[in-house]
Ligand binder design. Structure first.
Ligand SMILES: NC(=O)c1ccc[n+]([C@@H]2O[C@H](COP(=O)([O-])OP(=O)(O)OC[C@H]3O[C@@H](n4cnc5c(N)ncnc54)[C@H](OP(=O)(O)O)[C@@H]3O)[C@@H](O)[C@H]2O)c1
Length: 281
């Protein structure tokens, strides 16, 4: 089964379906990622904050897969927005992952109420990593339209992706539209809303009609909208199930019916990026 790829604005190509690792405990990460790689996933999403980059690195090494067949994304932790901290922590990320070059590195959260509102110098520091050949692409996560407008206006460098919360109960259309307007690919985090959409009656009916599960239908909905997804699971059967979404498609009406489940901000599972200010101790 082949996973479609999406060409980013710097001409690198990313597998549209990957494997998420948020809340995968560090000690279980190598096993979970190894299972995903055996099933066929070639795109892994991790973050400094998840404290499991070393486990991802262990699985990459154990897989014996050629480095160029893998797409690895990580993200800058909230405590490291000052440019020197960003550079230092990026070195640690490469070391933990056991790679010389990362495929994609993101600012995890904009933190507009921290660092005197300066996420622009952080963005500039990340763009240097591409110039140095140590990141193939850089991007942002949880950036609202105004945050995107500002970094593009002040640096002239357009992020390759914006990784934001998107699922049927929170379609996040404004941030999606702003990203697309800038030529930025959307990565949809918590694509099944951490399980919250799986008991939905509409999704259940569509799943039954296709002989698929609610998780598969929801992931397929993302794919048909053109977003990049990386569901997380530590359960082998689910990791397999989430990968098996390329042998069916949804009609235009089915996609619209699922999009109509949007509850706006009330549907968020995560924090609001405009006010989120968490810095790990
Ligand atoms: N940039 C950001 O700020 C940000 C924020 C959140 C997430 N992310 C990224 O996005 C990834 C995905 O988001 P997420 O982990 O929050 O949530 P998710 O992928 O929407 O959901 C994961 C949850 O759903 C369960 N699950 C997975 N597949 C299932 C299936 N087929 N049937 C039933 N249950 C299933 C998992 O359980 P088990 O594991 O117990 O099987 C887990 O509890 C993360 O892992 C991370 O890489 C990024």
């Amino acid at each position: 089964m082949s996973v479609p790829t999406i060409t980013l604005n710097n001409q690198t190509t990313i597998p549209q379906l990957g494997f998420g690792t948020y809340q995968v405990p560090p000690e279980d990460t190598a096993a979970a990622v190894s299972t995903a790689l055996e099933i066929g996933y070639r795109h892994i999403d991790t973050a400094q904050m998840y404290q499991n980059e070393a486990g991802v690195g262990e699985a990459i090494k154990a897989s014996g897969l050629p480095r160029e067949e893998l797409w690895i994304t990580s993200k800058l932790n909230n405590g490291f927005h000052r440019p020197d901290d960003a550079r230092r922590s990026f070195d640690e990320t490469l070391e933990k992952l056991g790679v010389d070059v990362i495929d994609l590195f993101l600012i995890h959260w904009p933190l507009p109420t921290r660092y005197d509102g300066d996420y622009v110098s952080t963005w500039r520091a990340l763009t240097e990593l591409v110039d140095q050949g140590r990141a193939r692409a850089v991007g942002v996560s949880n950036f609202q339209p105004a945050h995107l407008d500002r970094i593009v206006a002040e640096t002239g460098v357009v992020p390759a992706v914006n990784q934001i919360e998107v699922h049927p109960y929170f379609c996040n259309e404004e941030a999606r539209a702003a990203s697309i307007r800038h030529g930025i690919e959307v990565e949809a985090w918590s694509p099944i809303a951490q399980g919250a959409v799986l008991d939905d009656a509409v999704i259940g009916r569509i799943a039954e009609a296709h002989g698929k599960t609610p998780a598969q239908v929801t992931l397929r909905w993302h794919v048909e909208r053109g977003d990049i997804v990386f569901p997380k699971s530590v359960t082998e059967q689910r990791i397999r199930e989430n990968f098996d979404i390329f042998d069916f498609s949804l009609s235009v009406d089915e996609v619209a019916e699922i999009s109509a489940l949007d509850r706006g901000a009330a549907g968020r599972t995560g924090p609001d990026p405009d006010t989120f200010d968490y810095i790990p101790s």
